[in-house]
Design a protein around this ligand. Structure first.
Ligand code: ATP
Length: 360
């Protein structure tokens, strides 16, 4: 376990800033997820924490000890990467025992530790097999086992599930979270999958162009994104953005009348002019019966209907733009028909048209 403190961390490749002034302090045993589009600096950050990549400036410390200039082995971190290369000629047991042997552990101590870890990961039955005789999920479990068998101070995982199919990913996601909670190892986990970030992290670091846009709990990032990028990146299907004009506290455009409330409503009241409104598809549903005067609505024509089991997703055209809505199956909807959608109270976001920052 360790508290990781990252201060003013930068990494440049020539004139290009891959990581730009990152600041983050973890809790002991915290699970931190780095998420963002390809090339945003996630892997570079992980490599700097691991000691595989030097920083251009800034510092990293573990439990108050500055490790910025330490080698990877001095830092005592374990890593699982996308290509979880197991030694093909060694059994699962030998793969897991390997790093303990290198550390000159006794045979008995190694045996106890390998079996204890195998039990935690439910791979005891696989110990005598070679990697070629394992399924993708089993191999992934062994890779995790090999990383945690020596009980590192910090655990780094870079897209460890990307080679697995969708169902297995979901299973392994839950397993990894449970395992890390049980072992209370401070973990950094990289993904470009926003859903993985939302479900796994105590806290999420949303990165873009080397800059941490927002570092917060999954709930806060979903509820109060700091800017349009975070709002659009986190949440699926993505948030709808609509160019609107502020009129007496309402946000209006042809076919659109949104009623922001709470802190967004208050922040907009003294303003006028144009902003970008944001509303999540899951916060829109068809009006049943008559439209009440106090409801915020979007009117448009249904262009697409996607059944999702218990819910459906529709896309409607509103002026020149498309707006998505996702709701419980029930109201009859038909392609080509007009529809009025109503937004939930307190569900409207607003972003400055130029800076793209949230107006709160
Ligand atoms: P992905 O999700 O695609 O793995 P990432 O967020 O992990 O992306 P990084 O691998 O950290 O991104 O790369 C960040 C940026 O730094 C990218 O634009 C990449 O091209 C650049 N970069 C990374 N390593 C080097 C290097 N050794 N030399 C030059 N540029 C590099």
């Amino acid at each position: 376990m360790a508290v990781v403190t990252i201060e003013n961390l930068n990494k440049s490749f020539g004139a290009f800033n891959a990581v730009d002034n990152l600041n983050l302090k973890t809790e002991d045993g915290e699970f931190v997820v780095l998420v963002g589009p390809s090339g945003c600096g996630k892997t570079t950050t992980m490599r700097m924490i691991a000691g595989l990549e030097g920083s251009t400036s800034g510092s990293i410390s573990f439990d108050g000890e500055d490790v910025t200039d330490q080698t990877p082995s001095e830092r005592d971190v374990a890593m699982v990467f996308q290509s979880y290369a197991l030694y093909p000629h060694l059994t699962v047991y030998e793969n897991m025992a390997f790093c303990l042997k290198v550390r000159k552990w006794t045979k008995d101590k190694i045996d106890v530790q390998v079996r204890k870890t195998a039990k935690a990961l439910d791979i005891e039955a696989l110990l005598e097999r070679k990697p070629a005789a394992l399924s993708g999920g089993q191999r992934q479990r062994v890779a995790l086992g090999r990383a945690i068998v020596r009980e590192p101070r910090i655990f780094l995982m870079d897209e460890p599930l990307s080679n697995l199919d969708a169902k297995l990913r979901i299973e392994m996601r839950a397993e990894i979270v449970k395992l890390c909670r049980r072992l209370k190892i401070t973990t950094f986990y990289v993904t470009h999958d926003q859903l993985e970030a939302l479900t796994m992290g105590h806290r999420i670091v949303v990165m873009r162009g080397g800059i941490a846009q927002q570092i917060d709990t999954p709930q806060n990032i979903y509820d109060t994104p700091v800017n349009r990028f975070v709002a659009g990146f986190i949440g699926s299907p993505p948030m709808n953005f609509i160019d609107v004009t502020i009129e007496n506290g309402a946000l209006v455009a042809p076919g659109v009348r949104l009623l922001p409330q709470g802190s967004v409503g208050e922040a907009l009241r003294p303003r006028s002019g144009k902003v970008v409104a944001g509303v999540r598809p899951e916060h829109l549903a068809p009006v049943v019966g008559d439209v009440e005067s106090g409801s915020g609505t979007i009117r448009g024509r249904i262009e697409l209907i996607e059944p999702l089991g218990s819910q459906i997703m529709i896309q409607i055209s509103v002026g020149d733009s498309l707006v998505s809505a996702q709701f419980e199956r029930g109201p009859v909807v038909e392609v080509g028909k007009d529809i009025v959608l109503e937004h939930r109270p307190n569900s409207i976001h607003a972003f400055d048209s130029v800076s793209e920052r949230s107006i709160l």
